[in-house]
Design a protein around this ligand. Structure first.
Ligand code: 5CA
Ligand code: ZN
Length: 404
């Protein structure tokens, strides 16, 4: 499917600093592997939305985190191959469409449109490839077939196919969860530990056989539809190779989703590790409570911009706290960010020497290269006494997507 229009990204002055990020698998901040792939690019895959409801500021914050990563890599002169999926075939869509008496395809298309316009409003650099589950069913069929060939998956009744959790010895390395935690979160986040006939309660569904009233695709596996985790394995590796630099999403995807996406890909290709880094953004809450539909405490990007809040202020409000922290969003945070922006506009309209301005840019680059230390990067700008030929302004735009 088509992506959204790209913002302009200015060239950033100063000295490149190699990007280090926290890796959930190794539980440490370490340099991003920028060894170019055969196309001379660094691969980044970020899990996209499930378009059954309007996406909120929490979702947007996660995509803004990966936009920061994208921008640091670009500022270091690297070419980035960015891929994102859309889970446009899944139970939540069917349930919501049924409840509201609409077609699930129309529901998905509408929500994806809204998401694209939010991303454009926020100046998020779009993925080069934006891929729907519906568009990639053939890829999933191929991957599940190779899992079956490798004896890494098996068939159950109803045409369902499960991948064996013990197909790869390294299973569990991504989340570092204990078996007990895995069982708990597997059940809580869409898994089916009770399904009869499974060899291990943690085995994950990779192909769901046709049930009446559900969409199905025909092919080598028999009629059915993709499981969730294998969808991301197939979309990512078919575009970025069996191993690539960064796999990302919100912290709620660390297990089971990213553990299983990696495991399926590793079993299918026989590689030890799908991604060099597994990067996870913290969850956004509103005034101390996690944003959730049932509580009705959702903040929407288009509502904020419609009420006159600038995208740059929304970015600054979110970047004031580190991306890995579960963070709070509030009117107060947004107001403070707006004030910060005005104060920068005033200060940076003064002219200082090239050396002084370059020093600020270098400090920002150093802070951001250190696991995206946005609070420190923003403080560097707070301390600036002025700009020189707009190089700090360009760095703010290039590195943070913040426009003066
Ligand atoms: N389609 C799958 C991934 S393949 C999915 O998780 N979709 S989603 O719509 O539920 O979430 C999209 C992204 O937003 C995920 O990375 C998720 O971790 C992130 N996310 C969801 N809620 C929040 C929140 N409150 N704060 C920050 N990120 C969030
Ligand atoms: Zn995913």
């Amino acid at each position: 499917m088509h992506s959204w229009p790209a913002p302009s990204v200015p060239v950033v002055a100063g000295t490149p600093v190699a990007l280090s990020l926290y890796d959930t698998a190794d539980q440490a901040v370490k340099p991003v592997d920028i060894t170019p792939d055969p196309r001379g690019e660094v691969g980044m895959y970020v899990c996209g939305i499930t378009p059954y409801d309007a996406t909120h500021l929490g979702h947007a914050a996660t995509y803004l985190t990966f936009d920061l990563i994208h921008r640091q890599l670009l500022a270091n002169g690297l070419r980035v191959h960015y891929v994102q999926n859309v889970t446009d075939v899944d139970d939540p869509l069917f349930e919501r469409a049924e409840r509201d008496g609409v077609d699930w395809r129309d529901l998905g298309a509408r929500q994806v449109d809204l998401f694209r316009s939010d991303m454009e409003l926020l100046g998020v650099i779009p993925p080069r490839e934006y891929v729907g589950a519906m568009e990639s069913v053939g890829e999933v069929i191929e991957m599940v077939a190779s899992l079956l060939d490798a004896n890494a998956a098996y068939r159950l009744d109803h045409g369902d196919i499960y991948a064996s959790v013990n197909a790869t010895p390294q299973f569990g390395y991504e989340s570092n969860f204990t078996r007990e935690d895995m069982e708990h979160f597997f059940a809580e986040r869409g898994g089916d530990p009770e399904r009869e006939g499974k060899r291990d309660p943690l085995d994950a569904l990779v192909w769901r056989g046709y049930r009446e009233g559900e969409p199905a695709w025909d092919g080598a596996l028999g009629p059915g539809r993709p499981g969730w985790h294998v969808e991301c394995s197939a979309i990512a590796t078919n575009r970025l190779g069996a191993s690539f630099a960064i796999q990302g999403g919100g912290s709620d995807l660390a297990f089971p989703h990213h553990e299983f996406s990696a495991a399926h890909a590793e079993a299918a290709y026989g590689v030890p590790r799908m991604a060099g880094h597994y990067v996870h953004a913290g969850m956004i809450a509103l005034n101390g409570t996690k944003m959730s539909k049932s509580l009705g405490n959702l903040v929407f990007v288009h509502k904020l911009t419609g009420a006159g809040h600038e995208a740059s202020a929304i970015r600054l409000a979110l970047f004031a706290v580190h991306y890995r922290a579960d963070r709070d969003f509030s009117e107060t945070a947004l107001e403070l960010a707006g004030r910060r922006l005005s104060s920068w506009r005033e200060t940076l309209s003064r002219e200082v020497t090239l050396e002084e301005a370059t020093e600020v840019v270098d400090k920002m680059r150093t802070a951001l290269a250190d696991d995206l230390d946005t609070p420190r990067a923003l403080t560097c700008v707070d301390e600036a006494r002025g700009d020189h030929d707009g190089i700090i302004a360009a760095a703010l735009d290039g590195l943070l997507g913040v426009r003066l």
